[in-house]
Design a protein around this ligand. Sequence first.
Ligand code: ADP
Ligand code: MG
Ligand code: MG
Length: 252
Amino acid sequence: KILLQVQGLTASVADSNTEILKGIDLTIREGEVHAIMGKNGSGKSTFSKVLVGHPDYQVTGGAAIFKGENLLEKEPEERSHAGLFMSFQSPVEVPGVSNMDFLRMSCNARRAAQGQPELGPLEFYGFLSPKLAALNMAPTFLDRNVNEGFSGGEKKRNEILQLAVLEADLAILDEIDSGLDVDALRDVANAVNGLRKSSNAILMITHYQRLLDYIKPDFVHIMEQGQIVKTGDASLAKQLEAGGYQAIRGGD
Ligand code: ADP
Ligand code: MG
Ligand code: MG
């Protein structure tokens, strides 16, 4: 079953004519893991931000259908409530809001959108505890303000905890491997793998094969200048690791 279908998507920086996405086609089905790779500045982060409705960008053409509905006409919150999640390359800090409250609010907002009753603090803690344990995160983490003073690795783990709490259908993970040491990378990757189901999917953006050793992609896409110029299986990432982007283009 198709989760996301993107066709001919073009987008530019809001209030400017600077076109960044120049016609993206991508289909993601339930149960699949997709990886997008590509040089710096090729448009990977822009693509993911456009999907979640980031206000810095405007869509200028094409379509994006998520779970049968037009994604592009939805507000960012509605996209999240519909089951789309994105972990940002640089997660924001939310001063004055505890991580626990933030997670419970996010969870309850999605539940409300699905017509489910809110979880009270105790119920929520019961729901959250096993997820926290799976991520090797101490409960004291919940008392701290969202991302305030978190190390790079803690921020990434926190993003995955948010993903776990929201039980999203499609998770877009933008460079979750950046700034992680080997142990943290393994923990985060294992946690992501633990969230995989036959009904959900992952779109990962990464520069490195090592993340793909842990989270095995079904499809690898190469982005260049705002377009997906090549799609293959996991071996494409290995080819890239071995010979750089030139090797991939040369193999055409
Ligand atoms: P990647 O994630 O692949 O490194 P990005 O999507 O971050 O690439 O950026 C793609 C291109 O779009 C880059 O040239 C970048 O400078 C430009 N760009 C992205 N966002 C903006 C913005 N808000 N304003 C101006 N240029 C932008
Ligand atoms: Mg970049
Ligand atoms: Mg980027």
